[in-house]
Ligand binder design. Structure first.
Ligand SMILES: Cc1ncc(COP(=O)(O)O)c(C=O)c1O
Length: 380
């Protein structure tokens, strides 16, 4: 038996408590027994999303919830502004194109956050923009975008759609307080569940818009789901076992305290960044890092994909790769979800060893020591 370490930004490790909850005997989804579990999970989600409105669940991955947002809120030809700073910005763009919208592609340099002034400029130049689509945390570049500031620009104007797949449960993204119109996430990140659930919350004005929007929808019909989910199940067969697990994971977050959950993610992120810097490695997101994952450039001449393969297949440590133009150059160490201090230590120690194997002059322990200095903050 060789122990595996899953340190990727989704799927993420699953706590034993959640695994046990998911192994409950299957029950029928149109019963008072299921309704109770579902209602408790709905209550926990509302708190997590910071909204008085419903959080709708789909048996889909996070992309399904993104698609639901577009299909329910727009009409063919609607102009939308897409903040495109990575693979998931591209995903908004692809969904908008697939549904026949008219997206403006606001490209942002990979590794950087969008400038609020750039968004403001686009909104002034195109007063007919119906929606602004963004990632709170762009997982592919490990960047956090300024969602709160952009929300203040869209008040009373275009709808503001936020992909929070690696932000919800990682950093505060309070829907009602900030005036966000749509917030989306998936189960396999900070919610510490397997893949398979998509979540979406809407503001009052977004719910109003669903009545006027003309794009076709069937499985992802938010009004149909809201009507059914308010009655304690879904329009179709819900992912029963995942919802058992969801209730357990929401309880765990509540017990830890959501502010402490955010502080833990921030600390693990700072420790990872400190370690990379101590090892003389460059950070992918120098200015606006996402506390979900840290992107690190490996030294020139070392193929990052080969290092990742070695880490995974010889050392049993799974980290994530760089995508597109970052392929072979970057690795991403995740610290999202069921992660603690010793996951960071494992990741950094393993990276030091793998880099040495690939010929880098890495002094063993230097990155680990830098991470330990930060992690000690939680042990006063
Ligand atoms: C920011 C972001 N958005 C969207 C997605 C897509 O989610 P899924 O793979 O669950 O469809 C991901 C997945 O990693 C993500 O990180």
């Amino acid at each position: 038996m060789i122990k595996q370490y899953l340190l990727s930004p989704g799927p993420t490790p699953i706590p034993n408590e959640v695994e046990l909850a998911m192994s409950e005997t299957m029950i029928h989804h149109r019963t008072p027994q299921f309704n109770k579990v579902f209602e408790e999970a709905r209550g926990g989600l509302k708190k997590l999303f910071g909204t008085k409105n419903d959080v709708i669940m789909f048996a889909s991955s996070g992309t399904g919830a993104m698609e639901a947002a577009v299909a329910n809120l727009f009409s063919p030809g609607d102009k939308v502004l897409v903040i495109n700073g990575g693979k998931f910005g591209e995903r908004w763009l692809n969904i908008a194109n697939a549904y026949g919208l008219n997206p403006i592609d606001l490209k942002v340099e990979w590794g950087r956050a969008v400038k609020v002034a750039e968004v403001e400029k686009q909104l002034e130049a195109h007063p007919d923009i119906q929606g602004v689509l963004i990632q709170a945390s762009e997982t592919s570049t490990t960047v956090l975008h300024p969602v709160k500031e952009i929300a203040s620009l869209t008040k009373g104007g275009p709808l503001f759609l936020v992909d929070g797949v690696t932000a919800v449960g990682v950093v505060p993204v309070p829907v009602d307080e900030w005036g966000i119109d749509v917030l989306v996430t998936g189960s396999q990140k900070a919610l510490m569940l397997p893949p398979g659930l998509g979540f979406i919350a809407l503001s009052d004005r977004a719910w109003d818009r669903t009545k006027k929007a003309k794009l076709p929808r069937f499985y992802f019909d938010l009004n149909l789901e809201r009507k059914n989910q308010q009655k304690g199940s879904g329009a179709f067969t819900p992912a029963v076992s995942l919802i058992f697990g969801l209730r357990a994971s929401l309880n765990m977050l509540e017990r830890e305290g959501i502010e402490k959950v955010y502080a833990r993610h921030a600390r693990l992120c700072r420790a990872t960044r400190a370690a990379a810097t101590a090892l003389g490695l460059k950070l992918l997101a120098p200015d606006s890092p996402s506390p979900a994952a840290t992107g690190i450039f490996l030294p020139e001449g070392i193929d990052a994909d080969k290092v990742l393969e070695y880490l995974r297949d010889r050392m049993n440590v799974t980290l994530a790769e760089g995508q597109d133009q970052l392929k072979g150059k970057v690795i991403r160490i995740a610290h999202v979800g069921y992660m603690g201090a010793f996951d960071v230590i494992t990741a950094i120690a393993a990276l030091e060893m793998a880099l040495r194997k690939f010929g880098a002059e890495i002094p063993f322990g230097r990155g680990v020591a830098a991470a330990q200095e930060v992690l000690m903050e939680a042990l006063p």
